[in-house]
Design a protein around this ligand. Structure first.
Ligand code: NAD
Ligand code: TYD
Length: 368
């Protein structure tokens, strides 16, 4: 039985992880912390709110006093750290927030864990700080390079990946210097329910539904490895449960796709759905498919992202050998599930996109 503090719990992966953990670990208690930035959405936790093993705290990981108080008062023995600024494009336009949350914020959490767990010895059971990171810390691969292993040297290229790399190093240093029990996972691109529609897959899908252009950066041949978000949750669970303390584990889908191929796939799948279900044309009259056209007509090549990494790919041999890790979802089924989710959660994404959700947060969660 464990008491978890999950940071960034109202974000995309954090919220999926909360639901996953409550379902899979019926004896555990979860404190979900989130600052509810533009990317955090309290509605993502709807299904958990009524659970008596769950509690939401509106707070910032940079608030050291609050972090210490939560760790001690809630008797936390497992901290799972998702909170971050997570979008590369935003990091290009405004890197400061990435340094503040990803670097300083992670360090404040580490300090709190060190104080409460190691210095004051407030918890009388084994403890663990699990840090959730990204494959982007390893930099960019050429088309014929082997995938990233845990031994690949760090070479981050964007302010986002540099800030995540810095946080990974701090986590490692707290283990080596102070003996803080830590694990880190470096995962590839996730997709699935609750993903904020600034990231490739939900952005493209919602633009198709609304008849807006589909902006493809550069030549569209940049490659990412894609993993269904629940498979990421399973991987993190494996690292927490069986991973060696002080180690890092790469988690990936063995599923490399060029951006343009993904966008074309979603176009095809959506057009097929419009063909099968006439109610979609009534709900989304601006979609090309509603007038018998094709979503592909919306594809527009735009100026490339500065410093755009060409290719990411993950070698997950360590996770497979040591943790028995294997993704369960195929890309075909995962994308269909994701389409289903966005088509059945129109109120969620409309509120996110038109800003009415934010006004609601400001009314209900005055800062503090
Ligand atoms: P997200 O942007 O959807 O969610 C981040 C959450 O953190 C939001 O709810 C936000 O409100 C919260 N947050 C931000 N600053 C905070 C602060 N100072 N204090 C408390 N909460 C704060 O991000 P995501 O896609 O869910 O990513 C979660 C983690 O997983 C990140 O650490 C990211 O680097 C990592 N990751 C993401 C992917 C991916 O494909 N999305 C892949 C690998 C790793
Ligand atoms: P993104 O979802 O932002 O994730 P990351 O940059 O962390 O990999 O982008 C995924 C890929 O899609 C990346 O190569 C950039 C590209 N992209 C576009 O071509 N157009 C877009 O509008 C977005 C958001 C991304």
């Amino acid at each position: 039985m464990a008491n978890l503090l999950i940071t960034g719990a109202a974000g995309f992966i954090g919220a999926n992880f909360v639901h996953y953990w409550l379902a899979r670990h019926p004896a555990d208690r979860v404190v979900a912390l989130d600052a509810l930035t533009y990317a955090g959405n309290i509605n993502n936790l709807d299904g958990a709110m009524a659970n008596e093993r769950f509690r939401f705290v509106h707070g910032d990981i940079r608030d050291g006093e609050l972090m210490e108080q939560l760790l001690a008062d809630a008797d936390i023995d497992l901290l799972v750290h998702f909170a971050a600024e997570s979008h590369v494009d935003r990091s290009i336009h405004g890197p400061e927030a990435f340094i503040d949350t990803n670097v300083v914020g992670t360090h404040v959490l580490l300090q709190a864990a060190r104080k409460v767990w190691l210095e004051e010895k407030r918890i009388d059971r084994p403890v663990l700080f699990h840090h959730v990171s990204t494959d982007e810390v390893y930099g960019s691969l050429a088309s014929d390079d082997p995938p990233f292993t845990e031994q690949t040297p760090y070479a981050p290229n964007s302010p986002y990946s540099a800030s995540k790399a810095a946080s990974d190093h701090l986590v490692r240093a707290y283990h080596h210097t102070y003996g803080l029990p830590v694990t880190t996972s470096n995962c590839s691109n996730n997709y699935g329910p609750y993903q904020f529609p600034e990231k490739l897959i939900p952005l493209m899908l919602l633009n198709m539904l609304e008849g807006r252009s589909l902006p493809i950066y550069g030549d569209g041949r940049n490659i990412r490895d894609w993993l269904y978000v629940e498979d990421h949750c399973v991987g993190i669970d494996g690292v927490i449960t069986h991973g060696r303390r002080g180690e890092t584990y790469n988690i990936g889908g063995n599923n490399e796709w060029a951006n343009i191929d993904i966008v074309q796939l979603i176009c095809r799948l959506l057009d097929q759905r419009f063909g099968r279900d006439p109610s979609l044309a009534e709900r989304f009259p601006a979609a090309p498919a509603a007038g018998g056209g094709r979503s592909e007509e919306l594809i527009t090549y735009v100026t490339d992202r500065p410093g755009h990494d060409r290719r990411y790919a993950i070698d997950a041999t360590r996770a497979r050998n040591e943790l028995g890790y294997q993704p369960a979802e195929s890309f075909e089924t995962g994308i269909e599930k994701t389409l289903d989710w966005y088509l059945t959660h129109e109120a969620w994404w409309r509120a996110v996109m038109d800003g009415s959700y934010r006004e609601w947060v400001e009314r209900h969660y005055a800062q503090g």
